[in-house]
Design a protein around this ligand. Structure first.
Ligand SMILES: NC(=O)c1ccc[n+]([C@@H]2O[C@H](COP(=O)([O-])OP(=O)(O)OC[C@H]3O[C@@H](n4cnc5c(N)ncnc54)[C@H](O)[C@@H]3O)[C@@H](O)[C@H]2O)c1
Length: 265
């Protein structure tokens, strides 16, 4: 079967919601057992994974906390004996909660760098960059100890390549995720551990909830999305599955963009 993950153990941060949740369910469909690390309760994801006939555990994890991230990987090993795949999906759009596209659609320059407070910037960097690094590091250490390779997948964004006025922290964080992914891929290239990124375009998850009722935000999003629609979490999960499976065995340091054609130009 393409994308077969039979017998694999996958750790997914941000697995309680959106892209992380869809990835957990898709991986379970392909035969993996799942470990979810999230700030939010993972009960729904556990139920959805179990409906696929697979096992799942939830470990409440703040990915900005080094010890909690190490504990997440340790819990995976304690319960399932190993870690084969790690998806670092935990992330935020902004400290305001609303997505960048919605904040920017309100107009004005309140979130431009010249008006940005340092705490708002560093909070996004802490979660989207340091949290991802700590997740990838813990997974890599475990995979190195196992000595059988593995697949680490970060969730970046097209915003890591497209500068969006008013979204400096987010764009900077996702550019950093792309570079972190590429550096780790080089460092681990001879170990059998592959490190790749999925860089979604606008995708219908709680992160951008309400965008379809916000015409200026939708217009702005669709103006850079040739397919003219939002992506689905399942479409992002499919890219994660490809990178997790042996179907992508010769790929490392790459970024896949399920983004409705944002980079066709
Ligand atoms: N939805 C989009 O349009 C879109 C586009 C590009 C990239 N992304 C990226 O995809 C990833 C997943 O986002 P989503 O759209 O599924 O959003 P989401 O809000 O549905 O899911 C994000 C999850 O991350 C968790 N989280 C946040 N901070 C955390 C922390 N410190 N520790 C542990 N968990 C934490 C949240 O609780 C939530 O469950 C993010 O990295 C996001 O930046 C999303």
């Amino acid at each position: 079967m393409a994308g077969d993950l039979t017998g694999k153990i996958a750790v997914i941060t941000g697995g309680a919601s959106g892209i992380g949740q869809a990835t957990a369910v898709r991986f379970a469909k392909e035969g993996a057992d799942i470990v979810i690390g999230d700030l939010k309760d993972g009960d729904d994801t556990i139920r959805l994974v179990e409906e696929q006939g697979r096992k799942a555990i939830f470990v409440r994890t703040d990915t900005t906390d080094e010890a909690q991230v190490d504990g997440l990987i340790a819990a995976a090993v304690e319960t399932f004996g190993k870690v084969d795949v790690c998806v670092a999906s935990a992330g935020i759009a902004s400290v305001q909660g609303a997505s960048n596209i919605q904040i920017r659609a309100r107009g004005g320059d309140a979130t431009y760098v010249h008006n940005l407070d340092t705490a708002s910037f560093t909070r996004v960097i802490d979660i989207n960059v340091t949290g991802v690094m700590q997740t990838c590091r813990a997974a890599a250490r475990q995979m190195l100890a196992q000595g059988e390779g593995g697949s680490i997948i970060t969730i970046a964004s097209t915003a890591g390549k497209i500068p969006l006025a008013g979204a400096a922290a987010y764009c900077t964080s996702k550019a950093a995720v792309i570079m972190l992914t590429k550096v780790m891929a080089k460092e681990l290239a001879t170990t059998g551990i592959r490190v790749n990124a999925v860089g979604p375009g606008y995708t219908a998850t709680p992160m951008i909830a309400g965008i379809e009722d916000n015409q200026p935000a939708m217009d702005s999003a669709m103006s850079i999305t040739p397919m003219g629609r939002l992506g689905t979490p399942d479409e992002q999960a499919a890219a994660c599955l490809f990178l997790a499976s042996s179907e992508s065995s010769f790929m490392t340091g790459q970024v896949l963009h399920p983004a409705g054609g944002q980079f066709t130009g």
